[in-house]
Write a protein that binds this ligand. Sequence first.
Ligand SMILES: Nc1ncnc2c1ncn2[C@@H]1O[C@H](COP(=O)(O)OP(=O)(O)OP(=O)(O)O)[C@@H](O)[C@H]1O
Ligand SMILES: O=c1[nH]c(=O)c2[nH+]cn([C@@H]3O[C@H](COP(=O)(O)O)[C@@H](O)[C@H]3O)c2[nH]1
Ligand SMILES: NC(=O)CC[C@H](N)C(=O)O
Ligand SMILES: [Mg+2]
Length: 547
Amino acid sequence: MAATNNTQDGVTPPEPHKIYDTILVLDFGSQFTHLITRRLRELNVYSEMLPCTQKLSELTWKPKGVILSGGPYSVYADDAPHVDPEVFNLNVPILGICYGLQELAWNHGKNVAAGEKREYGRTALQVTRHKGKLEHIDRLFEGLEDGLEVWMSHGDKLSQLPDRFVTIAETGSAPFAGVAHEEKEYYGIQFHPEVTHTPRGSQVIKNFAVNICKAQQNWTMESFIGKEIERIRALVGEKGQVIGAVSGGVDSTVAAKLMQEAIGDRFHAVFVDNGVMRLNEAKEVEETLTKGLNINLTVVNAGELFLSRLAGVADPEKKRKIIGGTFIDIFDQKAKEISEAAKNTPLAGNIEWFLQGTLYPDVIESISFKGPSATIKTHHNVGGLPEKMNLKLIEPLRELFKDEVRALGTTMGIPEDLVWRHPFPGPGIAIRIIGEVTPERIRIAQEADKIWIDEIKAAGYYRAISQAYAAVMGVKSVAVVGDQRLHGEVIWLRAVQTTDFMTADVFEDFSVGWLKHVGARIANEVSGVARVGYEITGKPPATIELE
Ligand SMILES: Nc1ncnc2c1ncn2[C@@H]1O[C@H](COP(=O)(O)OP(=O)(O)OP(=O)(O)O)[C@@H](O)[C@H]1O
Ligand SMILES: O=c1[nH]c(=O)c2[nH+]cn([C@@H]3O[C@H](COP(=O)(O)O)[C@@H](O)[C@H]3O)c2[nH]1
Ligand SMILES: NC(=O)CC[C@H](N)C(=O)O
Ligand SMILES: [Mg+2]
């Protein structure tokens, strides 16, 4: 069923929502909306999220079911968002969660009002079973024990049952904690099944998606790989060529591997060694990508150029700009060379495409009903390049969450230590050295970081930590080594836990004794180090990186 023709021939390659049974999640701005999509995908049911304002006539595919998410508004307020009424003509099951339940009720009698008090936290759910004539509506809570623990977060409530609905669950304070339409497959629940505080929430979501919507559970990485490869081939055509910047990080490596599988050497990867990578990293990235993964890779050794442009510069933003600018100069130049050479490749055409490792959270962030968040930092090291070079974007990971990218990488045979590698910023250790970046400081930062990460791995902490590094504080301090005075560098160790990198907690599981052991190793083994500290500030206020 997948198209094999080129798009230029007028056939659009099918997107996942056209291939897999898809549950559409309409977002009313809850903090948890993306978790609904995550939970569904964990059940191997494909799901996509769109803003609640989505015009359903503009949708080019038909969902198997629709979930209306929670949201911060009150349905009865003048400026409250409302779903396109066409949703009720799709003839598919609908599940309303929290605001979504209230939105269902608003559309069936408008009986929603402010409650006397907010209900926030865990509570026990009493399920009402109907059997007999209404047996079909018992399916939402099938297999769930009475009194199950659910998590609530609302201030409004249904003041009476919506027209033609019956109660399917209640709690001490919410008589309409679950409702269902007598005939149509409309369900509403006041609690949040998508959060982990509702331990059996996944079962509720599964009952809706699989038992009620009859969605197939066929969203697996194996199946995604095959379909995505077909899609890339259809998009790029028989001769098109693609260029992409790869960093050795998870996202760009997995994206590059997919391209290699799809079009072989017509994908050209470029890796820039900017001289501020981790110790031996440039060599390792090169080996893994070429020997391990068979990717058509060009390595540009540009360490000296980067360092010469960074000489004497201490301002963090200037450092970032210099690195970003130099990166673009180099990439642009290399891309031109590769394009020229590509023209002489028999059977292949021009480079028309640019690979980007965009992930689903970036997509969600840009389409969420709340609108793009003002605080997010986008670190596109290759920003602006595709337009400048007149290339079309290809983004094979744009439907995936990070953990799905990791699963995909593992399935494609990418080594575990790369798949689980902590993210590394494009400007590298240049933003982990406060002040001027000198070869000596780079050496010290690299050697200290190697010891820190090796120790973290040996102690089994690596995967529990989201990001860890050793930095150079850029101020000198006095130490005494072998009766000699040392005026040396100060090493700053950081390790944080986070899910979204927007906020982060300091990693707390290290014992002081263990930290002392690592500190002693760094001070002893890395020459020029006077002292070592472990950072205890979370984000906010401190950012994850030092600069
Ligand atoms: N040294 C580099 N050489 C080539 N491309 C790079 C380099 N550093 C960054 N890039 C490009 O910038 C993009 C963004 O970097 P970013 O660190 O956000 O993602 P990543 O490296 O792919 O994955 P991860 O988030 O796991 O580090 C990369 O995907 C890659 O295209
Ligand atoms: O590619 C990048 N270019 C950058 O300039 C940059 N600055 C920060 N980061 C990464 O972003 C995440 C959040 O970092 P901060 O808390 O320091 O803003 C962390 O994962 C940081 O490593 C960068 N990545
Ligand atoms: N979490 C929610 O969806 C809350 C819905 C609505 N704003 C309420 O307070 O009841
Ligand atoms: Mg990276």
